[in-house]
Design a protein around this ligand. Structure first.
Ligand SMILES: C[S@@+](CC[C@H](N)C(=O)[O-])C[C@H]1O[C@@H](n2cnc3c(N)ncnc32)[C@H](O)[C@@H]1O
Length: 531
């Protein structure tokens, strides 16, 4: 049993109690939707009893029924003694930790919580997120072994990012040791709860809370949180008007807090077309909706949500505790330190140079370009233009190549000369040249190519190869081949579920890196042999 001390007298989760509670809250659901058990018996999912077309309503949830720090009865928190810097990351972490405390408070209230009908439906054990894998009392020996397999993977990086944002295990401890005495005693919990109770609440917030609006910030959305995530073909996503009054949460113009225009409409609504403003002003209540988007829902099949676009397996594992079956996301990501460019690459001037060179250079992914998958470099990521990654198709980002190439020019000149405008022109030529040599090498047509820039490019190719080798070399049991690893994973006992996920992630990343390494080695060999 999970040692959090919660739910000792609670009957098992009941779908009926949940449905009655949802009805009382005015949460509207399509009649054909059915809550059923997950195939492995661990949790629930949603099935549709009929085909549903695009635009049809799956559910509508009044914001009064969501569980946020605004709707919880936990008294407002006093400030942390030293909240340090108040950047976006730390605000985000405080919001998550605060809502975890609110949820724990509601659990401690038990049947006296107005959310009881919903709370009783939630998982009773701590969700085994990787942040807890080192704790045998939460994740047994399986977690400890699994943690080793995360070494060098994207999940290790995601865990580091979470720590930098103030969501590491030590942050959970610091927050809870400061605020646990702030939890009011309840009839079933007159004493403070152990840290494991806070872990449990945190694991539920990490895996189930959604961003709602400027007033509630993040919240648990009953019923909407039954939907599982589909990485590539979700049927729906949660929609909430987030531009509410941040003081009272009103979506329609609020006479008390809003600054209005001459027609009495709040400025925060003026980005909308008049028809939508009218709809908002006339609506009796503000709701969160899930509607069928693309593709349509099929009869008898699961209705899938999207927890976010392009979420990588590493992120899904760290924040939601599972792996998707399909590869999405940015692939493998490097930092400037990994490229030994921390100093230079961090300076804006350096990125400006790369930007200047690449801005006019069209090497963006385009669906109608048949050769796209055959390239050795991938274009810049629209959302993160300075991302240093290896994409899921085994292409190194043009940013990595560019930074290494400029660095190669600088080191050839031994720092005696700054980079010049002509160098940017040469960089673009080098990119085009690498692509065309790669194409010649795979087409096996031994055509002549211009050998200008070859020496520098060969150096850069060596560095890309080193970068990839180093990444695999850092992984746990990097001495083992892919076949041995697959066998080891498939021989695991069914109870070693964390090891299974961690090994799967680690093996998938190795397969991607090794296939990319083969391509760059082939390219290097071809260039040396044909020059
Ligand atoms: C918002 S809840 C969804 C409801 C969940 N099935 C339940 O019964 O509690 C998110 C959790 O569901 C599970 N989940 C969601 N999508 C999944 C998927 N595609 N495959 C496996 N598990 C998934 C993960 O455990 C995740 O942390």
């Amino acid at each position: 049993m999970t040692p959090h001390g919660l739910f000792s007298n609670w009957p098992p989760p009941s779908k009926e109690i949940l449905k009655e509670w949802l009805d009382r809250q005015g949460i509207i659901r399509d009649d054909s939707l059915k809550i059923v058990d997950m195939e492995d018996g661990d949790g629930w999912r949603l099935i549709s009893g009929r085909a549903m077309d695009i635009g049809e309503l799956i559910c509508s949830i009044p914001k009064t029924s969501i569980l946020s720090h605004r709707t919880s009865s936990l008294p407002p928190l006093p400030p942390l003694p030293s909240s340090g810097s108040c950047n976006e990351g730390s605000m985000n972490s405080i919001t998550i930790l605060h809502l975890s405390l609110c949820l724990l408070h509601e659990f401690r209230l038990g049947e006296r919580s107005p959310f009881y009908g919903y709370l009783q439906s939630l998982p009773r054990d701590i969700i085994g997120l990787p942040i807890f894998w080192d704790l045998p009392e939460v994740c047994d020996e399986d977690g400890k072994e699994a943690k080793k397999w995360l070494r060098g993977t994207g999940a290790e990086r995601e865990l580091r990012v979470r720590e930098e944002q103030g969501l590491g295990l030590t942050d959970l401890h610091a927050f809870y040791s400061h605020y646990s005495s702030h939890l009011p005693p309840t009839s079933s919990h007159p004493e403070s709860s152990p840290i494991q109770a806070f872990y449990h609440a945190f694991s539920l917030i990490s895996t189930r809370a959604f961003m709602i609006d400027l007033y509630h910030l993040i919240a648990l959305c009953p019923f909407a949180d039954i939907l599982n995530h589909h990485p590539t073909q979700p049927n729906t996503s949660l929609s909430s008007d987030d531009f509410v009054c941040h003081l009272c949460g009103s979506l329609k113009t609020c006479p008390e807090h809003d600054i209005t225009n001459s027609q009495g409409i709040a400025y925060r609504l003026l980005h909308l077309i008049p028809r939508d403003i009218q709809r908002i002003e006339d609506e009796p209540q503000d709701t969160i909706e899930l509607r069928v988007e693309r593709p349509i829902v099929k009869k008898g099949e699961e209705v899938w949500n999207s927890y976010g676009d392009g979420l990588s397996d590493a992120k899904l594992l760290v924040e939601w505790g599972f792996l998707g079956d399909e590869y999405t996301g940015d692939g493998l990501v490097w930092d400037l330190e990994d490229l030994h460019l921390k100093g230079e690459g961090e300076s804006e001037g350096y990125w400006e140079l790369v930007d200047q060179a690449l801005n006019d250079f069209t090497h963006q992914d385009s669906a109608d370009d048949e050769d796209e998958e055959e390239r050795i470099l991938c274009g810049r990521n629209e959302q993160h233009p300075i991302l240093l990654n290896l994409d899921q198709s085994g292409r190194i980002s043009i940013n990595i190549f560019s930074l290494l190439w400029l660095d190669q020019i600088r080191s050839r000149r031994k720092g005696e000369e700054d980079l010049k405008a002509e160098d940017l022109g040469l960089l673009v030529q080098a990119i085009e040249q690498i692509e065309s040599i790669w194409k010649i090498s795979i087409d096996e047509e031994y055509t002549d190519y211009d050998t200008l820039l070859i020496d520098d490019s060969v150096e850069v190719i060596q560095q890309v190869i080193d970068l990839l080798k180093k990444r695999v070399g850092r992984m746990y049991r990097s001495d083992l081949g892919e076949d041995e690893l697959f066998k080891m994973r498939d021989d695991l006992s069914p109870s070693d579920k964390y090891q299974y996920m961690a090994m799967t992630l680690s093996i998938n990343e190795r397969v991607l890196i090794n296939s990319t390494l083969n391509k760059w080695n082939d390219l290097l060999y071809f260039m040396i042999a044909s020059s």
